[in-house]
Design a protein around this ligand. Sequence first.
Ligand code: SAH
Length: 215
Amino acid sequence: MEIDNVRTLQEREEMVRKQILSRNVKDERVTQALLKIPRHLFVPEFYRKYAYHDTPLVIGEGQTISQPYIVAFMSELLEIQPTDRILEIGTGSGYQTAVCAELASEVYTIERIEGLSQKAEAVLESLGYRNIHFFVGDGTKGIPEYAPFDKIIVTAFATEIYQVWVEELKEGGIIVLPLGEDFRQTLVRGRKQNGSLKIEKHGSVVFVPLIEDTP
Ligand code: SAH
């Protein structure tokens, strides 16, 4: 157990050095969170040996855990503050959720596949997080009961920015999402100013699709 902890910490140190700092993610709170969170616990047993590799991994139900660098970059773009209440759309493995929970006050995370939500909740509970609220449902509809949010992060690609997300974002708040179509998406950051989003583009990415549940 002890040896295992030392080994995985070394793997995280190497991951942060080679994959994150080398690509210019500078937010020290983000890199500290990546050093702390045991990413291997968020991936299926079979893939644990690859947990700190520079790649996304399969987590079941046709979904993936994002590449560590992408998690770090999206977290940096969110400019997370300790007082933030964050909405995350696409809980998946719960790894990005953990990064948000380390840096923010409260995280509201919604996942359409119940089995994934339950698995993520079990891991995050066992790690002692008490500021995460889990929802099963369609994140394209937001979570009106808990809005407005300081930040919104979408971890599957969307073909449009839903108006409800803009409405559920506080004035001055930030949304980060992959926007586009199959295999061609741009990482986008929107800042809400005077009720609408001011958009910046941050490079090409590849995510699984956001699936809208038809009513
Ligand atoms: N941040 C996660 C990424 C998981 S992949 C991680 O690193 O593990 C994206 C997730 O979004 C998948 O689990 C998928 O099931 C979920 N998803 C897709 N469409 C959704 C929707 N409309 N509402 C909520 N979650 C959705």
